[in-house]
Design a protein around this ligand. Structure first.
Ligand code: SAH
Length: 355
């Protein structure tokens, strides 16, 4: 068996290691190995992206959801949830404000809300495209039909974030109601890729029932899919879900997986997520130092932020967009990184990769 430091070297060199070594690395509760992994991930990130960090302005367009994912605070079954949806004009105004603040990517995320039909979404996307032709438009609206994804692409959307959530059927079905399936989730991701979207997939770290074997399945699926972005963050319990009492994902395991993902996917876009900032006051800074190169400040109107309540104690729900932007810029610079002014597409993904 190789030493952990040799395993990390091999992962960096080959972007891959066998399952048994992956298991050792994922389970390595060892501060020396954590330092080695962080340093390697930081070097690889710098080789590909220098010190650049991309900002994505997140607009949470609706907390209505027809799905019932067991871990999620805005699941249909949570009757205590305070629901809202943003009018198209409000969404466009959030983007205008974001543009003034220097954002060049807007992420429209929400629950699966039937109000946002293809017609409504395409109207918003077309207007956004016209108002801000130099910006990337990212959608994160869950599972829709191929036709819907196609129409929204034609209307001008560029990217789509859809975490696969769990690449093992067994775990996926423990976290989701019977009507949802991993097969459909994966099909959506492959369809999005085929339609020419830049895609983001990912999973929660420390989700209920998750084992190292499940995480290995997630990492193997991500190697197969090769998304442009990988979003992972700790699972954080929400008080009115069945997992209210479940333990959350840890900072250490999340950082270890971020480091592993950076070595496996040298050129991927890797966000330091809000959930990571929620479980530790310096979670996002530590993420940035462990290979992350994206942060997603909140551009939603302050009045609705607390209602996009995916998990407890979510941070950044009280400030105006400008404050959020300023705070994150300071945090990024405090780690020796610099905020990019461009759209920030993943490097090294040529046309061939889109197929
Ligand atoms: N409806 C969209 C957006 C979901 S919210 C979709 O289906 O893609 C975005 C992400 O938040 C989810 O993909 C999930 O991984 C994460 N999330 C939901 N509940 C969470 C929780 N309790 N803790 C941490 N992350 C959570």
């Amino acid at each position: 068996m190789r030493e952990l430091s040799e395993i990390i070297d091999a992962l960096r060199r080959d972007c891959d290691i066998p399952d048994d070594e992956l298991k050792m690395l994922i389970e390595a509760d060892d501060s020396e190995a954590a330092d080695t992994l962080r340093t390697a991930a930081d070097e690889v990130r710098r080789e590909n992206y220098g010190t650049t960090v991309f900002l994505r302005g997140l607009i949470e367009i609706s907390s209505f959801c027809k799905n019932d994912c067991l871990y999620c605070g805005i699941r249909r079954g949570n009757h205590d949830a305070d629901r809202y949806r943003l009018d198209p004009e409000v969404i466009l105004a959030c983007a205008d404000e974001g543009y003034r603040l220097g954002f060049r990517t807007f992420v429209l995320q929400g629950g699966e809300d039937m109000y946002f039909t293809d017609e409504v979404m395409c109207g918003i996307i077309r207007q956004l495209r016209e108002d801000h032709p130099d910006c990337a438009i990212t959608l994160s609206l869950g599972e829709r039909t191929e036709e819907s994804y196609r129409l929204m692409k034609e209307a001008g959307a560029d990217r789509y974030l859809l975490r696969h959530e769990a690449a093992s059927d067994e775990l996926y079905s423990k976290l989701h109601p019977a009507q949802m399936s991993l097969e459909n989730r994966k099909n959506c991701l492959y369809t999005l890729k085929r339609l020419g979207y830049q895609v983001g997939a990912g999973f929660m770290v420390g989700a209920p029932y998750q084992t190292t074997e499940h995480i290995i399945a997630d990492l193997r699926f991500l190697q197969e899919l090769r998304p442009q972005m990988i979003g992972i963050g700790p699972f954080v319990p929400h008080h009115s879900t069945c997992f209210a009492e479940a333990p959350g994902g840890t900072l250490q395991l999340t950082l270890r997986l971020l480091g592993i993902l950076r070595l496996m996917h040298p050129a991927v876009l890797l966000p330091a997520t809000t959930a990571l900032g929620t479980i530790s006051p310096i979670g996002r800074e530590l993420g940035l130092k462990t290979g992350c190169n994206v942060v997603m400040p909140n551009l939603s109107p302050v009045g609705v932020r607390k209602k996009y309540d995916l998990y407890d104690n979510k941070i950044c729900t009280g400030e105006e967009a400008a404050e959020c932007r300023g705070c994150l810029q300071r945090r990024i610079e405090s780690c020796g990184f610099a905020v990019a002014q461009e759209r920030g597409d993943a490097v090294g993904f040529g046309g061939l990769d889109q197929q």
